[in-house]
Write a protein that binds this ligand. Structure first.
Ligand SMILES: [Zn+2]
Length: 52
């Protein structure tokens, strides 16, 4: 099963309950999603990643 992007995770889950996992994924971000405006360290976690 393909892992979900942060974009999908953020839309479908309550971030407050997953904040530790989420914080780990978004700390020290190198990419931002131009579609959703989310940031992540790994471009694989975003649906439209652009390097920042
Ligand atoms: Zn996105």
């Amino acid at each position: 099963m393909k892992s979900k992007t942060l974009c999908e995770i953020a839309k479908k889950t309550n971030i407050k309950k997953k904040i530790e996992n989420y914080a780990e994924l978004v700390k020290d971000p190198g990419y931002v999603c131009v579609k959703c405006g989310r940031a992540a360290a790994d471009k694989g976690n975003l649906c439209k990643p652009v390097k920042i």
